[in-house]
Ligand binder design. Structure first.
Ligand code: FES
Length: 180
């Protein structure tokens, strides 16, 4: 069996839930934010797909930082787009502290599950949101929670591997992202 035939068969055997298909077909908060307060750019170590997530931060009545606006651009599969879309919906209007507790498992659960071979795709959304918050806190010289610092280090290490392993693919995705 050729690789192409194998891939095509694999595609047809992947069963997504109705919610996943809906979030993929009608993505919420897709696009860029002009002058964002933070941007998270992450790649997936398993497949090399890339995601950008933009945030605007506001304050609630208690003076706590919250996600006022959030948008994403994902170059990835159905699962990656659905989970990116879902995380923006879950994060909007919530405090940064609360948003940092959103786990990949919670996103997958809220979409009714993902096929096991697609679970790695849900990592992009959580990592991109963490990185956008990290960028916002760093830019404003704010205290970075220890857990977020740890996540940032892990993502930074992974990015090095991805940039080396998927050099050409990432270049193509970045050109598409920049409209070249
Ligand atoms: S296969 Fe790359 S994100 Fe799903």
């Amino acid at each position: 069996m050729s690789k192409a035939t194998g891939d095509a068969r694999l595609f047809y055997f992947i069963m997504y839930t109705k919610k996943v298909i809906d979030f993929f077909r009608n993505p919420k908060n897709y696009g860029k934010i002009k002058n964002p307060d933070g941007v998270g750019k992450v790649g997936n170590v398993v497949c090399g797909d890339v995601m950008w997530l933009y945030i605007k931060v506001g304050k609630n009545k208690q003076g706590q930082d919250l996600i006022k606006e959030v948008k994403f651009e994902t170059f990835g599969c159905v699962a990656a787009i659905a989970t990116s879309s879902k995380i923006t919906q879950l994060a909007k209007g919530k405090t940064l502290k609360k948003v940092l507790t959103i786990s990949k498992d919670a996103i997958v659960k809220s979409l009714g599950g993902l096929p096991p071979i697609k679970l790695h795709c849900s990592v992009l959304a959580v990592d991109a949101l963490s990185e956008a918050i990290f960028a916002y806190l760093s830019k404003n010289k704010r205290k970075i929670p220890a857990e977020l610092q740890k996540r940032h280090e892990r993502i930074r290490q992974e990015r090095k591997i991805i940039e080396e392993k998927y050099k050409d693919w990432i270049k193509t995705e970045e050109q598409m992202h920049n409209g070249e």
